[in-house]
Design a protein around this ligand. Structure first.
Ligand code: IPM
Ligand code: MG
Length: 357
């Protein structure tokens, strides 16, 4: 029997709760579809700092590299807010992205039919939204040098550098062009070329590459305008190509079109090796351990992993269908709850998803 080896990183906050749900569903969906799945839990984030002092222990990184795919729940824990940057959980995530060269972050945003009324935008604006944020993930201001803090006698300065090379721009733009080609054929590249040199280069490279992809219609938007257009008329977008920081911001905004950030999965891919699949939401420390989390983004991330990372499209469909079925039956977690629906905890929602499978 075909066996897939998965590195499972529960991480912090609500991470372990939503991981239990994903585990249960992955085992069930594997059985149903006739393959085997081996889930190996590993230390990562705050949980790893507690045990080893590092948010990404060497052993976790090595084991991730040897797996077929990585499924991560969430990291981040306010207990470490005052730790030096490299000792914080977030640095573990950045090192994992860097260590596996996961330069392409795909964040699809589509509206699940049962949730149209959960969005803060009017239904007519969001009902046909189906867009994909393609965010560069291993460069830009997140990794640029020089960076740091300099103290002088009576002042202190903090600084980071937003920098991209042509090869970094080309490889992420190529991913976005190919995806646009396979979707509705529209690519919107986001930059701040009216102010930033790095964005001017970005825009030039995207234009140059567009000659190779004549079927894709290319548009450039300044990031401030893109933020506005996402709220004004999100249906106009197909693929949104962004740098690391702009994509971080716009993908949270785009996520909220769906009503809850608790619904959105993501994939981080390199040119080879295992991909990393994780919900877009964070560790939600305020509700950690209270059985209130929405496990659906995690389940949909597992579905993305099955589809893109493990080539198991049928099993991926099964997980997505179970999410839609449970929503159509009127079950909601706290984040999506409205009058007239049945409110469930994370664990109970997991059981309903399993029943629906
Ligand atoms: C995300 C998160 C991360 C990021 C944090 C946790 C480092 O916000 O994946 O969007 O900024 O990339
Ligand atoms: Mg973010």
């Amino acid at each position: 029997m075909l066996q897939h080896k998965i590195a499972l990183l529960p991480g912090d906050g609500i991470g372990p709760e939503i991981t239990s749900v994903a585990k249960m569903l992955l085992e069930a969906v594997a059985k149903k579809n006739g393959f085997e799945i081996r889930l190996e839990e590993m230390l990562f984030g705050g949980a790893a700092i507690d045990k080893t002092g590092s948010p990404l222990p060497q052993q976790t990184l090595e084991n991730c590299k040897k797996s077929d795919a990585i499924l991560l729940a969430a990291i981040g824990d306010p207990r470490f807010d005052n730790y030096p940057r490299e000792k914080r959980p977030e640095s573990g995530l950045l090192s994992l992205r860097e260590g596996l060269e996961l330069f392409a972050n795909l964040r699809p945003v589509s509206i699940r039919p049962s949730l149209i009324s959960s969005s803060s935008l009017k239904p007519e604006f969001i009902k046909e939204v189906d867009l994909l944020v393609v965010r560069e993930l291993t460069g830009g201001i997140y990794f640029g040098k020089p960076k740091g803090r300099i103290k002088t006698n009576d002042n202190e300065r903090g600084f980071n550098t937003m920098s991209y090379s042509t090869s970094e721009i080309d490889r992420i733009a190529e991913v976005a062009f190919e995806l646009a080609n396979a979707r509705k054929g529209k690519l919107c590249s986001v930059d701040k070329a009216n102010v930033l040199d790095v964005s001017q280069l970005w825009r030039e490279r995207v234009d140059l590459l567009s000659e190779k992809h004549p079927k894709v219609e290319v548009q450039h938007l300044y990031v401030d305008n893109a933020a506005m257009q996402l709220i004004r008329n999100p249906r106009q977008f197909d693929v949104l190509l962004t740098s690391n920081l702009f994509g971080d911001i716009l993908s949270d905004e785009a996520a909220m079109l769906t009503g809850s950030i608790g619904m959105l999965p993501s994939a981080s891919l390199g040119s080879q090796g295992p991909g990393l699949f994780e919900p877009v939401h964070g560790s939600a420390p305020d509700i950690a351990g209270m059985n209130k989390a929405n496990p659906m983004a995690m389940v949909l991330s597992a579905s993305m992993m099955l589809r893109i990372g493990l080539n198991e499209p049928k099993a991926a469909d099964d997980l997505e269908k179970s999410v839609d079925k449970v929503l159509a039956e009127g079950f909601r977690t706290n984040d999506l709850h409205q009058e007239g629906f049945t409110k469930l905890g994370c664990e109970e929602m997991g059981k309903e998803l399993l029943n629906a499978l």
